[in-house]
Write a protein that binds this ligand. Structure first.
Ligand code: ZN
Length: 291
């Protein structure tokens, strides 16, 4: 199965939608780690959500969804760029036990926050923060849209075994209530009837027909989604250089080499004393730092 996102809209109305269905992408993400089932499901939902949100990026750059807290699930992070290349990781606290599996979202993350970052390659970063007070990730994101006074938006997110899927409905600007004042509540109600296996497995045209058979729906193009990690030896070097010479020499003295494993894709990078000396020289010769 090819992972994809497909846009649609309701004819003669200002409501648009998107469906995302993911399998290989999720296998690539979770297959590199051993996650408890609840964590894997949440990660799947977060990946589906990030793809739905990133698909509207109009520039080169990334959207990052990140939850950090002091509960049993410490971190959950998804990054999706405008080419719909996605990577994600979760981190559970030591001593995770299955008794955490039934915890509410806010208990799971403890004193946690959900940050949504838009990171254009050129231009300013933008970050919105929402509390994790809602019962689901979808509800937290909806709260974010409401709070940041963006367009009215609803999300439906589900995770299966190594699969995830989601839907987004959004009212576009220019909504004229007099035309069909019932359309937004009606479409939300119809979409609320969607079952997890329908969202995960049905072909999009069948899914939309099942939900909206009395509505006029127009399908747009399909875009592929895939896993990709953009880590590299060069990027790892620049992170290390930022730690400073003293810190790097301390690690070298202690461990003989500096070994970094990418948390997203498990790619290992190793730097010995010669590598470190070279990268530090490279740092010193940067423009603007020459004496
Ligand atoms: Zn990587």
């Amino acid at each position: 199965m090819t992972d994809f996102i497909q846009r649609f809209h309701f004819s003669d109305s200002p409501v648009r939608g998107e469906v995302v269905q993911l399998a290989d992408t999720l296998v690539a993400i979770v297959g590199r780690h051993t996650y408890p089932a609840r964590v894997q499901a949440l990660l799947g939902e977060a990946v589906a959500a990030a793809v739905l949100l990133a698909s509207t990026l109009k520039f080169e750059g990334s959207l990052i969804l990140q939850v950090r807290g002091d509960g049993p699930l410490e971190t959950l992070m998804v990054e999706c760029n405008n080419h719909l290349e996605v990577r994600a990781v979760a981190q559970v606290a030591e001593g995770w036990s299955d008794q955490f599996a039934d915890m509410s979202l806010s208990a799971l993350f403890g004193n946690g926050q959900l940050a949504i970052t838009i990171d254009p390659e050129k231009g300013e970063r933008y970050q919105g923060i929402v509390p994790l007070g809602e019962s689901s990730l979808a509800a937290c994101l909806e709260y974010y849209f409401t709070q940041s006074e963006q367009l009215p938006t609803r999300l439906w997110l589900v995770a299966g075994d190594d699969t995830a899927a989601g839907m987004l409905l959004q009212v576009l600007p220019g909504h004229d209530d007099s035309e069909d004042e019932d359309i937004w509540p009606r479409l939300q109600q119809l979409t609320d009837t969607v079952k997890a296996d329908e969202l995960l497995d049905l072909p999009v045209n069948e899914l939309l027909y099942r939900l909206y058979h009395d509505e006029q729906v127009e399908l747009h193009e399909v875009n592929d989604v895939c896993f990709r990690c953009n880590c590299s030896r060069e990027r790892t070097e620049s992170v290390l250089v930022s730690l400073g010479e003293a810190e790097l020499n301390d690690i070298l003295a202690e461990q003989g080499s500096i070994d970094i494993t990418c948390q997203f894709c498990n790619q290992a990078y190793s730097f010995d004393a010669i590598d470190v000396a070279q990268m530090l020289r490279g740092g010193i010769s940067e423009p603007g730092r020459l004496h």
